[in-house]
Design a protein around this ligand. Structure first.
Ligand SMILES: [Zn+2]
Length: 95
């Protein structure tokens, strides 16, 4: 038996990959900060989903020379993500 190291604690079975290459926009209260690409996994029994495989470095970061071009290309398809609930709530209120 070889485990992939990703287990649903509720169902006690391995998670399975659902989608590779999920695009994320790291948001702060100042707006978009970085673009990331990761993977979406899920539990086939209870449906729990989790984003894993976030790399060490972002695909692009605010301040890069081509940041606004990258952001414009990425943003329509990407999922905004936040460091905590407060930042997400403030973003939802201000948008
Ligand atoms: Zn489960």
């Amino acid at each position: 038996m070889s485990m992939n190291g990703k287990i649903c604690p509720a169902c006690r079975i391995e998670l399975r990959p659902l989608k590779n290459g999920v695009d994320l926009i790291e948001m702060s209260t100042n707006g978009p900060e970085a673009l990331w690409s990761a993977d979406l996994w899920h539990c086939t029994e209870c449906g729990m989903e989790v984003i894993l495989g976030i790399p060490d470095k972002p695909y692009a970061r605010n301040g890069d020379a081509d940041w606004f071009d990258q952001l414009a290309t990425y943003q329509p398809f990407a999922m905004p993500v936040f460091l905590n609930t407060l930042e997400r709530v403030e973003w939802e209120r201000d948008k």
